[in-house]
Design a protein around this ligand. Structure first.
Ligand code: GDP
Ligand code: MG
Length: 177
């Protein structure tokens, strides 16, 4: 059992990327602490959160990195990506531009990594259905064509958040075997 922080079988570094304002920090807060921050400003100081997940009796410590607002200037350093085993590229389903930019984020990710990693595409703010600008089918197809996992989430209503992170972690674990 993972009674203590250092008591784990595997350490998985995961990174969150995507345009500013899409909800990356709130997704992470939800997943790691189940709390929603209304009108949160860009994350300052917080570099990552951790979560313990158990698969097949193994204890996996997921260390999930969040940007401190550098994504606004596409100025995320190479160190951010180094050693990552998984990534979540997040867009806002009400902002077409944030979805279109996922292709750039995918390229940035690949250019910063030497090996293939597991990548998930996340359409966040699923609760804002009346403002939807990105059809789910379109994102699904983009994900399929690029071999990405895909989930629509809401950090606000806490829908599919755990599923999205757990799917990524599960997929990394299956690849290890
Ligand atoms: P980041 O810049 O990608 O880290 O985005 P933040 O997590 O800081 O969120 C940006 C804004 O979107 C904040 O005002 C959040 O309250 C809001 N937000 C985040 N997730 C959701 C969501 O699922 N639904 C709604 N309606 N708003 C959200
Ligand atoms: Mg943030």
């Amino acid at each position: 059992t993972a009674q203590y922080d250092y008591d784990y079988d595997y350490l998985f570094k995961l990174v969150l990327i995507g345009d500013s304002g899409v909800g990356k920090s709130n997704l992470l807060t939800r997943y790691s602490g189940n709390e929603f921050q209304v009108n949160s400003k860009s994350t300052i100081g917080v570099e990552f959160a951790t979560k313990i997940v158990k698969i097949d009796g193994k204890v996996i410590k997921a260390q999930i990195w969040d940007t401190a607002g550098q994504e606004r200037y596409r100025a995320i350093t190479k160190a951010y990506y180094r050693g990552a085993l998984g990534a979540l590229i997040v867009y806002d389903i009400t902002k077409t531009k944030s979805y279109e930019n996922c292709n750039d984020w995918l390229n940035i990710l690949n250019s910063n990594l030497d090996n293939d990693i597991v990548i998930g595409l996340i359409g966040n703010k699923k609760d804002l259905q009346h403002q939807r600008a990105v059809p789910v089918e379109e994102a699904q197809e983009f994900a399929r064509n690029n071999q990405l996992l895909f989930t629509e989430t809401s950090a606000l209503s806490n829908e599919n958040v755990e599923r999205a992170f757990d799917e990524l972690i599960n997929s990394i674990y299956q690849n290890l075997k």
